[in-house]
Design a protein around this ligand. Structure first.
Ligand code: 13P
Length: 247
């Protein structure tokens, strides 16, 4: 299985900065990247990046999706709308949305379903806080978050991407060690295996301070199938180095 490296730009960028970043990425990705590469951009820039990436292997992603199909949901963006802009991936249940926007396990499960219904691959994020890890609850927490998504999406579960993002490693410069990450990835793989015969086809990404220096060791773990990269995805040279580590 080819690895998947997805950049999560979060709420960063501008027309000028995106143009320079994507052009540099496209230059770096010429030829066979050896892995799948995506950038998940703020919704207003989907059209810009769709045009810039046209004809290239760089995949386009969004950072959120409404659980509803259409209607009176001010500010929301539907799966059908994302699809119109060539979106292939959408991040669902990022810890920043769980934390600042009150997204529950049930909402995350419904958003996952909405993405699949629109023909977009959801990148479903799970992960524990530092307090939860210190209390020895990591496995319980990620299994609970995954269980909700599995319960709501049944046999379609083999169509999702999972991202393990320990909250304490996001934007902190503190990465899970390859061993710590692998342990949780193995738990998630086993949980997926109990739900689908195709669990080995599901990409399980690691996210949280992944950078050009630590990517290779993380990506060498048997159940780490790629990365969801925040800060380092905003610098073309760093992001391309991570892509090279995923070959
Ligand atoms: P950083 O790579 O900036 O820690 O962010 C990780 C993340 O949240 C990706 O979704």
């Amino acid at each position: 299985m080819k690895k998947l490296i997805a950049g999560n730009w979060k709420m960063n960028g501008s027309l000028t900065a995106n143009d320079a970043l994507v052009r540099e990425l496209l230059r770096g990705l010429e030829g066979d990247a050896g892995c799948i590469v995506a950038v998940c951009v703020p919704a207003p820039y989907l059209s810009q990046v769709q045009m810039l990436r046209a004809g290239s292997a760089l995949e386009l992603g969004a950072q959120d999706i409404s659980e509803h199909a259409e209607g009176a949901y001010t500010g929301e963006v539907s799966g059908a709308m994302l699809k119109e802009f060539g979106v292939r991936y959408v991040i669902v249940g990022h810890s920043e949305r769980r934390q600042y926007h009150g997204e529950t396990d049930a909402v995350v499960a419904d958003k996952t379903k909405a993405a699949l219904a629109a023909g977009i691959t959801p990148i479903v994020c799970v992960g524990e806080t530092l307090a939860q890890r210190d209390a020895g609850r990591t496995v319980d927490i990620v299994k609970r978050q995954m269980a909700a998504v599995i319960h709501t999406n049944g046999h379609c579960i083999s169509e999702i991407v999972v991202a393990y993002e320990p909250v304490w490693a996001i934007g902190t410069g503190r990465t899970a060690t390859p061993g710590e990450a692998q342990q949780v990835h193995a738990v998630l793989r086993a949980q997926l295996k109990a739900a689908t015969p195709n669990a080995d086809r599901v990409h399980i990404l690691y996210g949280g301070s992944m950078n050009a220096g630590n990517a290779a060791a993380l990506l060498a773990q048997p159940d780490i199938d790629g990365g969801l990269v925040g800060g380092a995805s905003l610098k073309a040279t760093d992001f391309l180095q991570i892509v090279r580590a995923a070959r």
